[in-house]
Design a protein around this ligand. Structure first.
Ligand SMILES: [Cu+2]
Length: 111
């Protein structure tokens, strides 16, 4: 049973790696991640479409964290939202949205 669960998790990660996340293997429960936004950071609330599992969330997180000036990324797969802490002197909301859209699997808009 445990091996099956682990296998499902690994498969979901693979499904999210190369294909759109409509794959059946991707349909595992998502997780809500949480990290504190540092004092002084600006917080953008985004709607993120296409996330179906924790592995999707990790892809979105990696895309957002790749933007210079991003200090924290909190994703809620169930709600389809992201809260992104960033340094407003280094980046802006449009850049965050563009980074998510550039994944090709997910799309973001301002909430
Ligand atoms: Cu997924």
């Amino acid at each position: 049973m445990l091996a099956f669960v682990l296998s499902a998790v690994i498969n979901s990660a693979l499904a999210c790696g190369d294909k759109p996340c409509s794959e059946a293997a991707c349909q595992v429960p998502g997780s809500t991640e949480s990290a504190a936004n540092p004092a002084g950071s600006t917080v953008a609330k985004l709607k993120v479409s296409g996330m179906k599992c924790g592995a999707c969330a990790e892809k979105v997180r990696a895309a957002l964290n790749g933007v210079g000036g991003v200090t924290a990324t909190n994703l809620d797969v169930t709600a389809g939202t992201a809260e992104v802490g960033y340094d407003a002197a280094k980046t802006k909301v449009d850049t965050l949205i563009a980074a998510v859209d550039a994944t090709g699997h997910f799309t973001a808009s301002s909430l």
